[in-house]
Design a protein around this ligand. Structure first.
Ligand code: BDR
Ligand code: CA
Length: 309
């Protein structure tokens, strides 16, 4: 499979991204790294351990990374993901632990052995820190396929999506790094709606893990309904994983993407030059579509294959 590291801040949709990355036969998940975002680093790391425990993902190292953004205050998404960052189901004490050392040093060690695709589904703090701490690693990263930004409007401020808004300096560094970057933004993840039929699909697996996924999506659906008026919650983060699994699931175009770090009203906005008005060379592939049916088929197959009871 394709060697990947999932860099996440679980998070309801990150939780499903972990399951998809661990179980899909197209991927070889080398590590799960955590970052502060949806909740504090302590909580997102605990949640990664919880997810791996309930899903029986035991052979993948988990390492904790950055606890705060490169600049500015830490802002969590408690309103969306709850106090734990993964509210909804009851979790027992996790049996899966974390490895010693910083997430960024683990990525560096893995990159020394082979080229790796990095899949960030939280703020880009760990990835930016890797690129600054180990500049030589840039050439060894196959690609950075991230969930973040949008070609349209934001979900945290009118023009900024949460992962980019949470650490715009890190995002600017990543998009300016010269490493191939693929951006899966809200314009496509909002097509990955977990409809009642998808929730029923999780339940129909007839397993504990399937029921847990349904519970996670029910909590996530309630906050998305209350906060954003969505009919069903968007499964943002697994879309980035799906792009690595099969690029045809998430078609992209090349474009120049600038990260607004200084805007009075637009800090954290992804300025995507879809029409090439600026005449700048593209620095990213930008997702513009989603095959939602095949995407959810892949997600359900992954959860099904992890389910033991
Ligand atoms: C992103 O923010 C988080 O709430 C989700 O996990 C996703 O990564 C969506 O804007
Ligand atoms: Ca996330």
């Amino acid at each position: 499979g394709i060697p990947v590291v999932l860099d996440c801040d679980p998070g309801h949709d990150d939780a499903i991204a972990i399951m998809l990355a661990a179980a899909d036969p197209a991927l070889d998940l080398l590590a799960i790294t955590t970052v502060a975002g949806n909740q504090t680093l302590e909580k997102t790391t605990l949640n990664a351990r919880r997810v791996c425990t309930v899903a029986g993902i035991t052979g993948v190292p988990i390492a904790a990374g950055c606890a705060r953004p490169l600049a500015g205050p830490l802002r969590v998404a408690q309103d969306v993901h709850g106090e734990s960052g993964l509210d909804g189901p009851a979790f027992g004490a996790p049996s899966v632990g974390v490895v010693d050392g910083h997430a960024v040093d683990l990525m560096h060690r893995l990159l020394a052995e082979r080229p790796v695709t990095l899949v960030p589904t939280g703020p880009l703090t760990n990835i930016a820190t890797l690129l600054t701490r180990y500049p030589g690693d840039a050439a060894r990263i196959t690609e950075i396929v991230l969930m973040g930004g949008s070609t349209e409007r934001g979900n945290t401020t009118p023009y900024a999506e949460f992962n980019i808004f949470a650490d715009p300096e890190a995002a600017a560094l990543v998009f300016g790094s010269g490493v191939p970057v693929t951006m899966c933004g809200l314009n496509v993840t909002h097509q990955a709606l977990v409809t009642p039929e998808v929730v029923a699909g999780f339940e129909a697996l007839g397993t504990e893990l399937g029921r847990l996924c349904a519970e996670l999506m029910t909590f996530f659906g309630a906050t998305y309904r209350e906060l954003f008026g969505f009919p069903a919650p968007p499964l943002h983060d697994p879309v980035a994983v799906a792009r690595v699994i099969d690029p045809a699931l998430v078609p992209c175009v090349e474009a120049h993407v600038a990260i607004e770090t200084a805007g009075t009203h637009t800090r954290g906005a992804t300025v995507v030059d879809l029409d090439g008005r600026l005449g700048l060379a593209p620095n990213a592939r930008v997702a513009v579509g989603l095959d939602a049916e095949r995407f959810f088929g892949r997600v359900l197959a992954a959860v099904s294959s992890l389910s033991t009871v």
